[in-house]
Design a protein. Sequence first.
Length: 164
Amino acid sequence: MDKSQLRAACEERLARLELPHRFGTQQLRQAVAAMRGKPIVLRALPNSAADAPCGIRVETPTADVLFVEQGTSAAHQMHILAHEISHILCDHPGSLALGDDVTSAIGLNPTLVQRMSGRTAYTTTDEREAELMATLIRQRVYRERLLPARRPTVADERWDAIFA
């Protein structure tokens, strides 16, 4: 798949969520959770070594658990969250091995884990796709806070409705 096809596929996934014109990470989490039929649970990932993942997605039968590094900026945490949600949207199989140090650090029973992914580099196709998807999500979050809706449904989505 070339870059333009990949971008189009990611934009289509994002459009299928039918998010409102202005949305944040909470609405994104709710839309993905509704699509999947199980909640997305956020957890802090303890500060880690330089070669450890800054975000981890763990899929269990009853929830998708997303671990986000706590020792980084809020903007970086939001991007990590969008990236891990993107793995869910793209239905990536997961590639992170569960070592004793990982399971003890995040406090999960390894027998409950169906899939797990974490990133330390962007060398795999799944990681590049998740990163592009996360970038599109973040662009849309910020762009739509600044621009009016293409087809406003309520008065406050229009620039000309200041006193509506």
